[in-house]
Design a protein around this ligand. Structure first.
Ligand code: HXC
Length: 519
């Protein structure tokens, strides 16, 4: 009886202690958080994970700050909620910074909690999701706060390519805090809520005398469209959580596993007809995403970095129930050229797929690399080399389909036979050449055109001559650079077969500590 009373008293005490800590920064701070349209840290985790699956740890952690009267302050959970749970039934490690507690600022123990859950994720080989909502390094803790960030960045780097790492920016993310997200695989932002910058508007005003709002400097749209730091853009937190759940249906739980296989679903043939999407006029653009939907299971495609560098399209789909990563030139944006941003975008995506055993399918239709002083000075040589490096290094199944233009460096870069694609297929509409017929004719028939009685008529003749000779897939096919010239409506059939044939592919690159890619 005495024992029971003691247990009851202790359970009541535990409840009371937890109750107080679960209030976070208190009612007022919670109300302020809600007034800005944001959910609280725990609400976010509960919305994201399967119902009833979240288990929280280290609730009783206390901060270690001593200066500036910090030793008199209690910071519940030290401003971060950590734990494990499941998403779509699979295990996940997660943390969410609690802005209601000292602005979610990162002190030494706060960082220790994050590192501990990251270490769990690595040990258990499960993905880690970090929800960022923080004023950055806790100013009162000085170098200990900086040390905390350093420990997180180190773990982000070690986990890269081993477990998927997801960053969700749901509030301010300032100073060095932005570098953990930058080291992770996918960054999710929400309109009007997410803010990311190294130095905020105040510092910019002081140092440079420039005025800019937080939103214009580092709002969600800026990072989704201009900087390319974000991979998924949502209008609301709930939409963002749906995007994360959708992404996890396509990617594996760690680098030793394959993504989950789903039941095969045929494409929606009535809505996506290749012969209606693909124009007969070779000068006309079309939306390559419709071609992807014409060949993917249930015509579904999860686009990554949709708003950034739209001249290349990257994302996930399923073919015959298996996840594939798609890299496709987009003729409706800058004619699908490769430039600095699109090369960066594609190279990073290719490396993610290669690290996580996701086969790569490339759809090619581009006039080459973008010429121009801006591009040259921005380093298109270095950036453009990234896509060459990423495709060459990738050892997952690589299948390329040349739809139309495959000119110059673009032909080589888009996972050609020479970068060790396993299969290269070409539609009969493919034009594989050093450059387009117009440019080529002007150069190689320059004197004949200039000396002709009617130069314009002669130019047309020579363009046609060049087109007939080179602007087709058959010259490349005659050298074996193209494995098969196929009918467009046979594309899915060929892809399914090629994916089946490459399932047991084993390729090992030469031993090295690591390569030195053109970062
Ligand atoms: C300690 C902080 C804090 C911080 C916010 N708070 N940021 N405490 N260290 N870095 C506290 C505030 O004092 C306040 O406490 C509470 O959090 C809420 O902050 P408010 O300013 O009232 O909120 P809001 O108006 O919404 O503004 C949010 C904000 C602003 C934009 C994030 O707080 C801000 O500018 N903070 C500083 C951002 C920053 O420069 N961080 C340092 C980056 S340097 P009370 O007690 O009043 O509720 C860095 C280096 C890392 O991170 C390098 C690693 C390599």
């Amino acid at each position: 009886m005495v024992e029971n009373m003691s247990i009851n008293r202790k359970t009541q005490e535990l409840k009371a202690r937890m109750q107080s800590l679960l209030q976070g920064g208190g009612e007022k701070a919670m109300e302020k958080q809600k007034a800005t349209g944001k959910l609280t840290a725990r609400e976010r985790i509960l919305e994201l994970l399967d119902e009833g699956s979240f288990h929280e740890y280290d609730l009783f952690i206390q901060h270690s700050g001593k200066d500036f009267d910090m030793d008199k302050k209690i910071l519940p959970g030290d401003g971060v909620v950590t734990g494990t749970g499941t998403m779509n039934g699979y295990p996940i490690c997660i943390y969410a910074q609690d802005f209601t507690v000292a602005g979610g600022s990162l002190g030494y123990m706060h960082a220790k909690k994050i590192c501990k859950i990251m270490d769990h994720a690595m040990k258990l080989k499960v993905p880690i999701i970090g929800i960022n909502d923080s004023g950055g390094a806790r100013i009162q803790e000085g170098v200990n706060a900086l040390a905390g960030y350093g420990e997180i960045f180190y773990r982000n780097t070690m986990a890269s390519g081993v477990i998927p790492q997801i960053s969700v920016i749901l509030g301010p993310c300032a100073g060095g805090a932005v570098y953990s997200p930058a080291l992770t695989d996918f960054v999710f932002v929400v309109d009007k809520i997410s803010k990311m910058f190294i130095t905020g508007p105040d510092v910019i005003r002081t140092v440079l005398g420039e005025e800019i709002s937080q939103e214009d400097l580092g709002g969600a749209r800026v990072h989704a469209e201009i900087s390319g730091n974000a991979h998924f853009f949502a209008e609301s937190e709930m939409e963002c959580f749906d995007q994360i759940k959708a992404l996890f249906t396509y990617i594996p739980w760690n680098n030793t596993k394959k993504a989950e296989k789903f039941a095969m679903k045929r494409p929606k043939a009535k809505d996506y007809k290749i012969n209606q999407i693909f124009p007969t006029d070779p000068a006309k653009p079309y939306d390559v995403r419709l071609i992807i939907k014409a060949i993917s299971d249930n015509s579904e495609f999860l686009e990554v970095q949709e708003l950034f560098a739209p001249n290349i399209v990257v994302g996930f789909a399923r073919i015959n129930g298996d996840t594939v990563g798609l890299v496709a030139n987009q003729p409706i944006a800058l004619a699908g050229v490769l430039d600095c941003d699109s090369s960066d975008k594609a190279a990073r995506f290719i490396r993610f797929c290669d690290a996580f055993q996701i086969p790569l399918i490339t759809f090619e239709d581009l006039p080459g690399y973008l010429p121009g002083v801006d591009q040259e000075h921005a380093g298109v040589i270095r950036h453009g080399a990234k896509i060459l490096y990423a495709f060459s290094e990738a050892t997952v199944p690589k299948i390329t389909v040349i739809l139309r233009k495959a000119y110059g460096g673009g032909y080589i870069a888009m996972c050609s036979n020479h970068l060790k694609a396993d299969f290269v297929f070409a539609w009969p509409t493919a034009e594989i050449a050093v450059m387009g017929p117009e440019g080529a004719a002007n150069i190689i028939f320059k004197s004949e055109i200039m000396e002709a009685e009617d130069p314009d008529a002669m130019r047309k003749v020579k363009i046609q001559e060049y087109r007939e000779k080179f602007a087709n897939p058959y010259v490349a096919a005659s050298y074996g650079y193209v494995d098969a010239v196929i009918q467009p409506n046979e594309t899915r059939k060929y892809l399914i077969h090629a994916l089946e044939m490459t399932k047991s592919k084993v390729v090992e690159n030469p031993w090295k500590k690591h390569g030195v890619p053109p970062f």
